[in-house]
Design a protein around this ligand. Structure first.
Ligand SMILES: Nc1nc2c(ncn2[C@@H]2O[C@H](COP(=O)(O)OP(=O)(O)OP(=O)(O)O)[C@@H](O)[C@H]2O)c(=O)[nH]1
Ligand SMILES: [Mg+2]
Length: 338
């Protein structure tokens, strides 16, 4: 029986990278990127498509609340022979176990409810950071906890972290992976194909103050535009890097900033920034550019208006520096608690 799985986890845990690694490792896997922007193309979705993965997107609503669209998208992939479809959920997605797994019981077969965590989040969770409540609630929903970014840990740290996750969340199986290097992806793929969901009802106060106030402190922004250089050509990777630097120089916590751009002939580049970590050139352009389609997606701990203004100002400053003519197609921002 073909199965569907939710891949939950905090911003930047590596959900998109893990889903892409699964889809590349096993052609029977298809992925869905889900986010809230209205009528937008998601950076995650375009990135997966540019990388050659079987990818769909569901926008405008969380899959928790658009079951018909979810079923239609998943079944279209089952009909073309995929046997596992995985989807992330917007932001942090606490509640997807209740809304998606229990809400669609009998309509889809479910693989283990999967939650990703990475070393930086574990540190924050242990220190009781600002978002610790969301992070803990996510893990309590898990049938399968995936410790991602293991390339950043020594073997003894991987063993210690897996043991401590198993102790804190005894109902979940823990699998260490590095989506970047491909380590553990075969184990994860097998666990998803062969395992099934426990359909538990963990005790989580979904409407409680801590969860609501942590979620309410975050905003999202979607920005899409077309940029053309007035003469000669330019370094697209340097453009994305400087844009990210111009945005992140502001004293606002940005859990995840994604900048993706591509040329008409299919060359593409991506830069990511996770707050407190180093800017990452996730993929450099292969050639110099003359024109680019650009998507900026960001989640930040500030008001939506401020996030929007920060991105717009950075885009103008850096586009001027590179002598680019810009046509903006989409500019949307909103608070996660709205
Ligand atoms: N070192 C390392 N970095 C990784 C790994 N997997 C993902 N990353 C990086 O972590 C950052 C976030 O990865 P994403 O896959 O975009 O994370 P996400 O959970 O989909 O993020 P949101 O969509 O914002 O919730 C990117 O810069 C990735 O390149 C990994 O296995 N090792
Ligand atoms: Mg993602």
């Amino acid at each position: 029986m073909p199965k569907f799985a939710v891949i939950s986890g905090f911003l930047g845990a590596g959900k998109t990278t893990v889903m892409m690694a699964l889809a590349k490792h096993d052609p029977t896997v298809a992925m869905i990127s889900n986010d809230l922007g209205e009528g937008v193309e998601l950076a995650d979705h375009r990135f997966a498509k540019l990388s050659g993965c079987s990818a769909d997107q569901i926008t405008d609503a969380c899959i928790c609340f658009c079951h018909d669209r979810l079923i239609e998208t998943v079944e279209a992939r089952f009909q073309e022979g995929r046997t596992l479809v995985v989807s992330d959920i917007p932001g942090f997605g606490v509640g997807a176990l209740e809304h998606v797994y229990h809400g669609l019981a009998g309509k889809l077969d479910f693989a283990p409810f999967t939650v990703l965590i990475e070393p930086a989040t574990i540190k924050e969770l242990r220190a009781g950071g600002d978002m610790a409540h969301i992070q803990d609630s996510q893990l309590r929903e898990a049938d399968l906890i995936v410790l991602n970014k293991c390339d950043l840990l020594a073997p003894e740290e991987i063993a210690e972290t897996c043991a401590s996750l198993s102790e804190c969340y005894p109902k979940a199986e823990v699998i260490p992976v590095s989506a970047r290097r491909g380590d553990g992806i075969d184990d994860l793929c097998r666990a998803l194909h062969e395992g099934s969901a426990s359909m538990r009802h963990p005790e989580i106060d979904y409407d409680g103050d801590p969860l609501q106030s942590e979620m309410g402190s975050l905003s999202e922004a979607y920005y899409q535009y077309y940029a053309r250089v007035c003469c000669f050509d330019f370094d697209g990777t340097a453009y994305l890097r400087e844009l990210a630097q111009e945005i992140t120089v502001n004293p606002v916590r940005i859990p995840h900033l994604k900048l993706l751009a591509w040329t008409p002939d299919g060359d593409y580049g991506k830069v990511d920034w996770l707050s407190g970590q180093q800017l990452e050139i996730t993929r450099p352009f292969a050639r110099r550019c003359t024109e680019l389609a650009v998507i900026i997606n960001a989640t930040a701990a500030c008001e939506a208006k401020l996030l929007d203004a920060i991105i717009a100002r950075a885009e103008q400053t850096v586009s001027d520096r590179f002598q680019l003519e810009v046509t903006v197609h989409k500019r949307e921002s909103f608070g996660m608690g709205e």
